[in-house]
Design a protein around this ligand. Structure first.
Ligand code: AKB
Length: 319
């Protein structure tokens, strides 16, 4: 099947880099980017683009029919920290958009769906180190609840209606192109921006808070790989554990200091500390590595190097 792709939430942190990658792989005419507003002009101006509210079933269906879409990447979501401020909005956005896409697939309008899950599906009662694929899952955030429920529905739609839906549990994603918004792992991006602009960062998590993280290029590779994998190799239809590295704020600061020796960090934990404390420290992603050959490339120092080099370049270009 030659994919004709719709990306929902294409202006966001992962959506924007995924759009660029998919346009590169499949061609500009095969990829329609969409979002609720024009908030990333690089994406809006670099190919097909539609304004689309992921909660509006009728508009979604019209867009899918207009472009003869057969593959949807549903990247729109409210993340963990913002979700705690607006619980019902997070529930509505995260669940309505998923049901719309799953139902369009069930009715035969779409052939393949990518929907991202997250390490937020785990909770305080989950084993924290090398968290296995199958384990206790009692998420304590609204975002985590929507992701866990979403996983159950994805598997249900696959089993009952043969919907080809694929998913991975993203850890915190680190990128220099687009800022993340409203997550608990966002500190691991903010810290690089502040290291360059101020030489100091005040972290909203404690220095020893260890969380699973991944560089954007690895996250995009995983997303493309799972979608390109033969159907029979996708044996898990809820969502795959996915891991690259784990680190603490102290360890990122040390990695930055190797390049910016005057950099300093202080700690002022806020409400996001409770969220971080409920999540795993590290993830066992053996199934993804075995079933569809997942492997990551970037370790912490490689990420630091990419982040500082590219953010510095951007500052020079803008000055
Ligand atoms: C968040 O922090 O909410 C997200 C996630 C781990 O899914 N980055």
């Amino acid at each position: 099947m030659n994919p004709k792709i719709l990306i929902i939430g294409a202006c966001g942190q992962i959506g924007s880099e995924l759009t660029t990658k998919l346009r590169h792989i499949y061609g500009d005419n095969q990829v329609v980017a969409s979002d609720i507003s024009y908030n990333n002009l690089d994406i809006v101006n670099s190919g097909l683009f539609e304004i689309l509210d992921a909660q509006d079933y009728a508009s979604l269906k019209i867009c899918i029919e207009k472009y003869e879409i057969n593959t949807v990447y549903l990247m729109a979501a409210m993340l963990s920290a913002t979700g705690e401020k607006y619980p019902m909005k997070a529930w509505d956005l995260n669940m309505n958009s998923l049901f719309h896409v799953l139902n369009l697939a069930k009715e035969g309008f779409i052939k393949k769906v990518f929907w991202p899950s997250s390490i937020a599906v785990f909770g305080p009662t989950t084993p924290k180190v090398n968290t296995p694929q199958y384990t206790v899952m009692e998420p304590s955030t609204v975002y985590g609840i929507t992701k866990q429920v979403g996983e159950r529905w994805c598997e249900y739609y696959f089993n009952k209606y043969n919907v080809d839906v694929r998913s991975i549990r993203y850890p915190g994603i680190i990128s220099h192109k687009t800022l993340p918004g409203g997550g608990t792992t966002d500190y691991a991006v903010d810290i690089y921006h502040k290291a360059l602009s101020d030489g100091h960062y005040e972290c909203f998590l404690t220095e020893e808070t260890e969380l699973p993280m991944m560089f954007m290029d690895d996250a995009i590779k995983a997303t493309v790989d799972i979608m390109q994998a033969p159907t029979e190799s996708i044996k898990i239809r809820s969502a795959y554990n996915l891991a690259a590295i784990s680190f603490t704020p102290r360890e990122v600061a040390e990695s930055i200091k190797k390049q910016l020796s005057d950099f300093t960090i202080s700690y002022a934990p806020d409400f996001r500390q409770d969220i971080a404390d409920s999540w795993p420290k590290s993830i066992d992603d053996n199934e993804a590595r075995k079933h569809w050959n997942w492997s990551h490339e970037f370790d912490l120092d490689a990420i630091t190097n990419e982040m500082l080099t590219n953010l510095e370049k951007k500052t020079l270009q803008n000055s």
